[in-house]
Design a protein around this ligand. Structure first.
Ligand code: GDP
Length: 700
């Protein structure tokens, strides 16, 4: 018998456990992408249903009804109406949840009317006993004209039954649940007469939701004798919803019973504390503080390990491969490039581990509820809090964490402003410059000036993020309806499998999505730094070694000197020199120019590059870099290069400039377009330049 491949669509209200059912069915056989042209996440997984039947399981975005009010809901409707789509479902599984059946069934009855075989999953049955719920399944099946499977995706109950039932999809009746025409007999009779070959409910959806279906669109229905005005249609839609709820109420009255004496009131007590005006915020900040401490502390060990491993690999490669351009490419371009990508994995892993635990447990919805009012004033959403604060570790996972902001405009603004928050890569730059230009003295005997400067820089980053959000909210002309619906799901212990799948998926998305761009640009930067157009570059070794002044240098010192000379004459060195007229009004010389260009790969490279230019052997040895930097003077004016004015100007430049290709790569990936990362780059760099310019000119 030949193998059969079928499409199964999972549809359900948010928080019904749809993702958990999807994870149980498909495990790690998942592919995550975007629907073409929009940023709604598209998840397709693979599942072997039986010996002969395999399924592509499509996890559609959570939706409350088939009334399109967001991009997510349009995706659902468009797929369900388009038979030509290669993911058009052979069978639909509507996932509902035992405690919110009434609301969940609204969506079910709508889906059922599309006349596609539909199965109803009632999930979370492990909570039935606790909540004193009992169900009359045969009655419900008969009324809803479907097959019902009781599932607990948490306890892996019912999943095999569901798989078996899906294989029999051809035997499930496609009869609609509700007779659409009963809303307005006359209207629907005329519709049927005019379009005799179409399903009535599909016609109704095309008329009321601005979506296309085959060659039918809204225009098709204009200028008929029965055409209705927009307000008449709205009234009919309301009538439809009322009708559906009347039907659902009538059957649940018989098929769904709750014995309230066994239900507990733990949830409302906990909610009172967690969303309290004072305690709520306090608890949230303690939780956040704990999370970011752990991210910093725990990530450090694996990050150092990855760093060391790749440094070793790189030296092993250069020692063991035949010398030449190819070896250099591998040892100095590709290996460090890959290392630079993998370095982010620990932070991404830990951040998403915590985020998914917060989400899974139900706590995140409380936080969103708490923060929404404040954030909304700035065009952000309650859900922007986590990305903005995660940005202090690294903007990469932070931008990836914006995925759960449903409203596109709020999500975009969050993505665009997150890089302003002070990430950990800025720290080494700040540390060295503050050390150079801010005196290590105390204000009022207790406040260390250097510490104060650092704190000021953090606050500056955060304020800038909020301020730009406010401005973007005013200028971005994106028409996204915002209405705040946050559901307070029940508190639950997080499911291990869900947490793990989220973590693996996010890490994979980063490595294979943004990683490619990061690797490519690292290689380009490596090429520019290790090649040069002139004789000086090619003969660096001879020039330096034959110079009388250098005869007394040790071999290490000599090597450093050659490296510095090469860098000076490389393409990047030349770019730094070309840049000099542009950056000298900011108080920088060409050496700083080189460091700025090369630190575009990652901000912390700034310190390493300066170390090379000043031919300091060991870039870890901050004292020597610092003393060399401190001694550096402008040959023309005799003024120190790193003075108070240029130092402040550099600090401000690094606070605001978009000096990070990895962030740009992630923004490209998450917004699905080059327009936004380029805008981010141009705006942030111009702004940084202007602020640094003003600071230097005022302070010098
Ligand atoms: P989705 O929003 O519909 O995709 O739902 P998720 O799969 O993210 O689940 C929402 C919440 O319900 C999470 O906290 C899950 O751990 C929890 N959950 C999922 N399935 C079950 C279940 O069978 N029983 C219980 N008690 N909780 C579940």
């Amino acid at each position: 018998m030949s193998k059969q491949n079928i499409n199964v669509a999972l549809i359900g209200n948010p928080n019904t456990g749809k993702t958990s059912v999807f994870n149980q069915l498909t495990g790690l056989n998942q592919q995550v992408g975007n629907y073409p042209g929009i940023t709604v996440e598209k998840k397709v997984g693979f599942c072997k249903l039986s010996q002969n039947i395999n399924a592509n399981v499509i996890d559609l975005p959570g939706t409350y009804s088939l009334n399109a009010s967001s991009a997510d809901e349009s995706v659902v409707i468009e797929l369900l109406l388009n038979k030509k789509d290669k993911l058009f479902p052979d069978v639909i599984v509507v996932v509902s949840e035992v405690e919110n059946l009434k609301r969940n069934l609204l969506l079910f009855t709508q889906i059922k009317d599309l006349e596609i075989p539909t199965i109803l999953v009632i999930n979370m049955i492990d909570r039935m006993e606790l909540k004193g719920i009992s169900l009359d399944i045969p009655f419900l099946e008969e009324q809803l004209k479907t097959k019902i499977v009781l599932v607990s995706s948490r306890k892996n109950i019912g999943i095999e039954t569901l798989k078996a039932l899906i294989t029999t999809y051809k035997t499930i009746t496609t009869a609609p649940c509700l007779n659409a025409s009963s809303i307005d007999d006359e209207y629907f009779t005329s519709l049927r007469k005019t379009f005799p070959n179409q399903s009535l409910y599909k016609l109704w959806l095309v008329i009321t939701q601005d979506v296309n279906f085959a060659d039918l669109n809204r225009k098709t229905f204009e200028n008929h004798s029965f055409t209705k005005t927009a307000s008449e249609l709205k009234k009919l839609q309301q009538k439809e919803t009322i009708k559906r709820y009347q039907f659902i109420n009538s059957i649940l009255k018989i098929g769904h019973k709750v014995d309230t004496s066994t239900a507990t009131d733990f949830r409302s007590q906990l909610d009172r504390v967690l969303t309290h005006k004072v305690w709520g915020y306090l608890i949230f900040f303690v939780v956040l503080f704990g999370i970011f401490q752990s991210i910093f502390v725990w990530s450090k060990i694996p990050m150092d390990f990855i760093d060391l491993t790749f440094a070793t690999l790189s030296s092993v490669a250069s020692e063991n491969l035949p010398p030449g351009a190819f070896t250099n490419l591998i040892a100095q371009g590709i290996i460090p490039g890959i290392g630079g990508i993998l370095m982010f994995i620990p932070q991404i892993t830990f951040l998403f581990l915590f985020i998914s635990i917060l989400e899974e447990s139900g706590y995140m919805s409380r936080v969103v509820f708490l923060m929404d009012k404040i954030m909304r004033r700035f065009g952000l959403s309650g859900k922007s809090v986590v990305p903005l604060i995660s940005g202090t570790a690294c903007a990469i996972p932070a931008i990836m964490a914006t995925r759960n902001i449903e409203n596109w405009k709020e999500r975009l603004i969050t993505i665009l402003v997150t890089p302003f928050t002070t990430c950990s890569a800025r720290l080494p730059v700040y540390a060295i410059i503050i050390g150079l230009v801010i005196p290590d003295e105390y204000l009022l005997g207790i406040l260390n000036l250097q510490g104060l400067t650092l704190m000021f820089l953090y606050l500056l980053g955060f304020s800038m993020a909020i301020l730009s959000a406010y401005i973007l909210n005013k200028v971005l002309e994106l028409n996204c309806k915002t209405f705040f619906v946050v559901e307070m799901p029940n508190y639950k212990l997080p499911m291990f499998k869900n947490v793990m799948i989220t973590v693996v998926e996010k890490t994979k998305a980063f490595v294979f999505g943004a990683g490619k761009i990061i690797l490519a640009i690292s290689i380009i930067l490596w090429f520019l730094a290790s090649n040069g157009p002139t004789e000086q570059f090619r003969n660096a070794e001879t020039i330096i070694t034959s110079n009388e002044e250098n005869k007394t240098l040790s071999s290490v010192e000599m090597e450093n000197k050659v490296a510095a000379y090469k860098l000076e004459n490389s393409y990047i060195g030349l770019m730094g020199k070309t840049l000099e007229p542009m950056i000298s009004p900011l108080g920088y010389d060409w050496k700083i120019g080189v460091a700025i260009i090369s630190s575009f790969a990652a901000r912390e490279v700034f310190v390493g590059t300066l170390a090379t230019i000043y031919s300091v052997g060991d870039s870890e040895n901050e004292a020597t870099i610092k003393s060399k930097m401190a001694a550096e003077v402008n040959p023309e004016t005799g003024v120190k290069i790193f003075n108070f004015a240029s130092g402040i100007s550099l600090l401000l430049f690094y606070a605001f400039a978009m000096q990070c290709i990895s962030t740009l790569a992630v923004t490209k990936k998450e917004t699905n377009s080059w327009k936004w990362p380029l805008g981010q780059l141009i705006f942030m760099s111009t702004f940084a330049y202007l602020v640094a310019l003003i600071a230097y000119q005022v302070l010098k």
